[in-house]
Design a protein around this ligand. Structure first.
Ligand code: C5P
Length: 226
C-alpha cells in the first residue's frame, strides 16, 4: 500500500521495486494529491495497480467512476458493498463494458472496525455476520471478490467457493505494531486462511528498511509451512 502523502516519496520507494516483488495499491491520500497521472506512470512502468478508492455513491455515479478507473489501466479497483446491489451491478456493467476489465472487488466491513463501532452505525449482529452477508451480496452482484479481514477469510472461502477472490488488509508480521487495525493476523496465517492477495502498508512503508521488510515478508511466505 503506497500510503505516502507526497508523490515524490511514493516514487522514490517504487524506483527501488521490481514489478515481480509486489503489486501496488494507491489509496485516497496519494490519489487525491497526485491524481491519475501517477497511476498511469505506475501502470506504464509495468506494475499491477490496485486503485483503492472504495467508491460508495449512487449507482450512476459509481458506474461512471469505475469506467474512468478502468480507463487508467488499473489491475484492480473497489467499491463498498454497503452501497447495495444496484450500485454494485452498475459497477459490474461499467467494468464489463471497459476495454481493460480490471478485477472488481467490494469492501465488506473495514478491518479497522470492531463490534462496538459497527453497532454504533446501526448495524445489528456480529461483524462476521455482516461480512458474510455483504460478501454473499457482492458475489450475487457479480463482484470478483471482496476485501475482508484475514480472520474472516476461512469462513468466506468455505462459504463462497474457491473462485471468489479474497483481498485482506489487516496484515501484521509477528510482533508488528497494530496501529488502527483491529482484526489482523500474520501474512502466513492470512494465506493459510484462504486469502488470495495481502494488502500490506505500514509494516513495509514505516519499516526502517522497507525493502528488507518486503523481502522478509515474501521470504516468510515462501517458506511458511502449514
Ligand atoms: O498500514 P496498513 O497495513 O494497516 O494498511 C492497510 C491498507 O489497506 C490501507 O491502505 C487501508 O486504506 C487499506 N484497507 C484497509 N481496510 C479495508 C480496505 C482497505 O485497511 N477494509
Amino acid at each position: 500500500a503506497l500510503d505516502y502523502a507526497a508523490p515524490s516519496e511514493a516514487l522514490a520507494f517504487v524506483r527501488r521495486l521490481e514489478p515481480a516483488s509486489c503489486r501496488l495499491k494507491v489509496g485516497k491520500e496519494l490519489f487525491v494529491r497526485s491524481g491519475p497521472a501517477l497511476i498511469e506512470k505506475l501502470v506504464h512502468d509495468g506494475f499491477d495497480v490496485f486503485l483503492d478508492l472504495k467508491f460508495h455513491d449512487i449507482p450512476n455515479t459509481v458506474g461512471k467512476a469505475c469506467a474512468a478507473a478502468a480507463d487508467l489501466g488499473v489491475w484492480m479497483l473497489n467499491v463498498h458493498a454497503q452501497g447495495g446491489r444496484k450500485m454494485m451491478l452498475a459497477a459490474r456493467d461499467a467494468i464489463a463494458a471497459s476495454r481493460t476489465q480490471p478485477m472488481l472487488i467490494a469492501v465488506t466491513v473495514l478491518t479497522s472496525m470492531d463490534e462496538q463501532e459497527l453497532a454504533e452505525t446501526g448495524v445489528a449482529g456480529t461483524i462476521e455476520q455482516s461480512v458474510l452477508r455483504l460478501a454473499a451480496l457482492a458475489q450475487q452482484a457479480g463482484m470478483d471478490g471482496v476485501v475482508c479481514s484475514p480472520l474472516e477469510a476461512a469462513t468466506l472461502r468455505q462459504t463462497l467457493g474457491t473462485e471468489f477472490c479474497l483481498v485482506t488488509p489487516g496484515i501484521r508480521p509477528l510482533g508488528g505494531e497494530a496501529g488502527d487495525q483491529k482484526r489482523f493476523t500474520t501474512p502466513a496465517q492470512a494465506l493459510h486462511n484462504g486469502a488470495d492477495y495481502l494488502v500490506i502498508g505500514r509494516p513495509i512503508t514505516a519499516a526502517q528498511d522497507p525493502m528488507q521488510a518486503l523481502y522478509d515478508i515474501n521470504a516468510g511466505i515462501a517458506t511458511a509451512s502449514w
